[in-house]
Design a protein around this ligand. Structure first.
Ligand SMILES: [Zn+2]
Length: 63
């Protein structure tokens, strides 16, 4: 994944060296590199504890 793509809208990110923040030109997201990684983690589908995994567990336990 490109480092300079907004995790929320896929827009272009500008890096502001003075504040070490990324700014999205499309949606106005303003975040540090660490915060961007956090957001990407949260938006990433199919990870442990996801809704799908919980549903599968519930479905399996019914049998
Ligand atoms: Zn954006």
């Amino acid at each position: 994944m490109l480092a300079n793509t907004c995790p929320e809208c896929n827009g272009d990110l500008l890096y502001e060296v003075s504040t070490k923040h990324f700014i999205c030109k499309s949606c106005g997201l303003y975040a540090t590199r660490e915060q961007l990684d956090d957001i990407r983690d949260r938006l990433r589908p199919r990870r442990k504890g996801s809704k799908e995994a919980e549903y599968l567990e519930w479905w399996m336990s019914k049998k």
